[in-house]
Structure formats: structure tokens, C-alpha cells
Design a protein around this ligand. Structure first.
Ligand code: PFF
Length: 464
């Protein structure tokens, strides 16, 4: 039982792997389309506030808990709070949310795989923007193709997780993250020359407060958790493999800056195209697939190559996130049930594949069409909505309460200080204020507002 826990190969390796978990479909596929649906600048502003005030402090808390216990979520809370403690529910919830998110995440990654291979056929060349858009429609509604790519992507994820921490996850991230950022910078430079660039900057960076909706605030908060991989123990699990001499504050800030940078770059690639061609920013989940091929089509013969590389990197960005989702689930069975890594990975990967089938069939509407009629969302949207808007923020809320109020203060401080260059007690106290008050109160207020128990506008008017 007393095996030495696997570690990352280096501190840099941890930052890259954690950034690999954070940077994924959330940044490139989801952030631009929910920004489009929620009116642009004001949503981006709230999202940035959520990252800074809620995200970074909770990320540090997850890493502190993971590294101090050297365990995955259920084991970590059982070690800290006791074997029969209700706090273990945080760990259980994390596994459950990991199941749900990965099941539909893999379907979207499957679309990216499809586009990677379609790029090789130069499918967009000579097509009008509308025709390019309808290619996505065809893919979205075809059951067999969706299930096929979902299966392939799940096999890739299982393959990497089977390789373990250093050999699998870390090695890939070292090359792929920098490559992804490079290609985005190139695309963002190309976008600067499009006539719609100015409108895009105005849309993304200038808040129009009249567009602010309560549902948008909840979505921004939920997305801050989703994009930073918080609230379900993924960062906690990665932190459990972190060396004691690594700086938790610096790492968390780096991961968040990289993650936010990629999300904003993605917007600055996509929105200029949208405004140049007069598309609606509210195109929903198909946005990235409908817009980017338009630039690729214009680049001429090199477009095919760039398109292939872009979608391939998108697949890898998704893979490095998917791996962290699966790692949360498998590490439970490895740590707590003493399963071998191979057994845990294959069994849980298989079950998640099955769980994803309703999402893969959502576009074609062949499975329980009544569901959409009843709830106004198909399976895919329902899973995404529940997981990221509700379960992750709730998980994050409990983690901040545990780390801020319940965890042994000496242990917490020692773990914070281990390897830290932010050793002044000031920094530590500022973090505690965020962890104990700012983060949980913000999450509670946003949730109360969303369920209609309070009205923040009225509250503000009464206070000021
Ligand atoms: N952060 C990933 C993304 O933005 O695509 C998604 C994700 C990974 C969410 C891991 C949660 C998680 F635990």
C-alpha cells in the first residue's frame, strides 16, 4: 500500500499539464459561442471578474488539498475530514460530474476529429460561407458519424490515461500547448486584416451593460469553473502529484493567465469573421466549426494545411482536458479500490462512452425527442447546463468552505508556504479573505439570484 506516489517530471510539467486540463474545448469551442449568446463585452467582464475573485483562490485551495493529502478527491476528504465525514460527498460529486462532462465533451471533440479529417479533403474550398455552415448542420444531425467519432475520441483518452502521469499526460502537453498558442496567434494576426475586426473588438471588449442578464451572470460563473477545470477535483487530483517545492500561487496564476489568454485569442479569431460576413454571434455550439473554415477557404492552397493543423490541435487541446476528467474518475478506483490503472481506465472509459451516446444522438433527435420538448434543451445541452452552471459552482463552493473554514489552519498554511515565493503573511491573508468570504459569498449570491430568492439589482439600489 505504501507505494511512492507518482509525481510530475518537473514543476514546469505540472503547469503545462494543469494548463492542458484548463485549456480545451471550453476556451475555443464554448467561450466564443456563449460570449456571442450573452451579448459580448459585459459577459466577458463578469467572466474575468469571476476568474480573478473566485477561480484563482479556489484553484489554489484545490491544489493545497491535493498536495497535502497526496490523494484524489474522495480519499483526500476522507483523510482530512474523517472516513465517515459528509465532506467526502465533494469527492463523490466530482466523480459524478467528471462522468457527465466527459460524456458530452467527447462528442464535441469528435466533431473536431471529423473536421480534422475533412480538412484533408479540402472540403471548404470554393464553398460560400453559408454552404460551409450547412456542413456542420449535416454532421450535427447524423447519428452514426457522431457515435463513431465519440468512440474514437474516448479510445484516445483512455489510451493516454493508461500511460499514467509522467509518460502519458505530461509528455504530450509539453509539445502541444505551445503549438496551439502559436497557431492561434497566427490566426489572430490574419483576423486583424478583416473588415469586421473593429466591430469584433467593440463586441468583445466594450461592455454594453444593457445586455446584462441574470442568467448570463450564472453562465459566466459556471464557465469560470468549467474553463479552469475547477469544482470537481481535477486540479485537486493533479495537485496530488505535485512536488513539495513547487509554488502553488505562481502556478495557479500562470494556469489562469494562459487559459484566459487562449479564450480571448479564440474570440479575436472568430468574431472578426462573424462580423465580416454578417453572421449572427448567437450561432450556438456550431460557431467555431461554421466560422473558421471560412478563413481557411480564403487562404487558398495553404488553407487546407492550416485547417488540418488547427483542428488537430483542437483535438489535442480537448484530449489534454478529457484526460484530466477521466483521471479524476479512474484515480478514485486506483486509490480507493486498489484497482490496477489498466482496469480502472478501461472500465470507466467504457461506461462514459455509453453515457455519451444520448449526447451524440442529440442533434438527430432520434432518442427521446420528448425530452427536448419537455425541457427546452436536448440531452447534450441539458448535461452541459447542469454540469457547468450548477454542479461545478456548487462543488467549488463546498471546496472553498472546507479549505477556508474547516481545514486545519496549520496544515493549510504549511502547504501554501511549501515551495512558495509568496511567503509574506500578507499574501496568505489576502488569499484567505478571498477563500473564506469573497468566493463563497459570490457563488451563493449568484445562485440565490438565479433561483429567484434575491434580486441583486434591488439589493444594490437599497444599499447605494
Ligand atoms: N477546462 C476544460 C475546458 O475548458 O475545456 C474542461 C474541463 C476539464 C472541465 C476538466 C472540468 C475538468 F475537471
Amino acid at each position: 500500500m505504501n507505494q511512492k506516489r507518482e509525481n510530475w517530471g518537473s514543476k514546469y510539467g505540472f503547469i503545462l499539464a494543469a494548463a492542458g486540463s484548463a485549456v480545451g474545448l471550453g476556451n475555443i469551442w464554448k467561450f466564443p459561442y456563449i460570449t456571442g449568446e450573452n451579448g459580448g463585452g459585459v459577459f466577458v467582464l463578469i467572466y474575468l471578474i469571476c476568474i480573478a475573485l473566485v477561480g484563482i483562490p479556489i484553484m489554489m485551495a484545490e491544489i493545497v488539498i491535493g498536495r497535502s493529502t497526496q490523494k484524489s478527491p474522495v480519499g483526500a476528504f476522507s483523510a482530512l475530514a474523517g472516513k465517515d465525514s459528509p465532506w467526502k460527498i465533494i469527492g463523490w460529486m466530482g466523480i459524478f460530474v467528471g462522468f457527465i462532462i466527459l460524456s458530452y465533451y467527447s462528442v464535441v471533440a469528435g466533431w473536431a476529429l471529423n473536421y480534422t479529417f475533412m480538412s484533408l479533403t479540402n472540403f471548404f474550398s470554393g464553398k460560400s460561407p453559408d454552404e460551409i455552415g450547412s456542413v456542420f448542420g449535416m454532421l450535427y444531425t447524423s447519428s452514426g458519424i457522431n457515435i463513431f467519432w465519440h468512440a474514437i475520441f474516448m479510445m484516445m483518452t483512455v489510451g493516454v490515461v493508461l500511460g499514467g502521469i509522467k509518460g502519458g499526460i505530461e509528455r504530450w502537453n509539453r509539445i502541444l500547448m505551445p503549438a496551439l498558442i502559436l497557431i492561434f496567434i497566427i490566426l489572430a494576426i490574419i483576423s486583424v486584416f478583416l473588415p469586421g475586426w473593429k466591430d469584433a473588438v467593440n463586441f468583445v471588449f466594450f461592455p454594453h451593460f444593457d445586455k446584462l442578464k441574470a442568467s448570463g451572470v450564472l453562465e459566466a460563473l459556471g464557465h469560470a469553473f468549467f474553463t479552469l477545470s475547477l469544482g470537481m477535483g481535477a486540479m485537486l487530483t493533479y495537485g496530488s502529484y505535485l512536488q513539495k517545492d513547487a509554488d502553488i500561487v505562481k502556478s495557479s496564476i500562470w494556469i489562469s493567465v494562459l487559459d484566459t489568454g487562449v479564450a480571448l485569442l479564440a474570440c479575436m479569431v472568430m468574431f472578426p469573421i462573424i462580423f465580416t460576413y454578417g453572421f449572427s454571434p448567437e450561432a450556438g455550439p456550431g460557431l467555431v466549426f461554421k466560422t473558421l473554415p471560412i478563413i481557411f477557404a480564403q487562404i487558398g492552397s495553404g488553407g487546407m494545411f492550416i485547417s488540418f493543423i488547427f483542428f488537430l490541435l483542437l483535438v489535442f487541446a480537448a484530449l489534454s482536458s478529457a484526460v484530466s476528467l477521466l483521471e479524476v474518475v479512474t484515480s478514485y478506483f486506483i486509490d480507493e479500490k486498489s484497482w490496477s490503472r489498466a482496469k480502472a481506465t478501461l472500465v470507466t472509459g467504457g461506461i462514459i462512452f455509453l453515457f455519451g451516446i444520448p449526447s451524440a444522438l442529440s442533434g438527430s433527435g432520434v432518442l427521446f425527442p420528448q425530452w427536448e420538448a419537455m425541457y427546452g434543451k436536448n440531452f447534450f445541452d441539458t448535461f452541459d447546463y447542469l454540469a457547468s452552471n450548477w454542479m461545478l459552482p456548487l462543488g467549488g463552493l463546498f471546496i472553498s468552505i472546507y479549505a477556508g473554514w474547516i481545514m486545519d489552519p496549520k496544515l493549510r498554511e504549511a502547504e501554501y508556504l511549501s515551495g512558495s515565493t509568496f511567503t509574506s503573511t500578507w499574501y496568505y491573508k489576502v488569499w484567505l479573505v478571498f477563500l473564506k468570504f469573497v468566493a463563497p459569498i459570490s457563488v451563493i449570491l449568484i445562485i440565490l439570484q438565479r433561483v429567484g430568492l434575491i434580486d441583486i439589482d434591488k439589493l444594490m439600489a437599497a444599499i447605494f
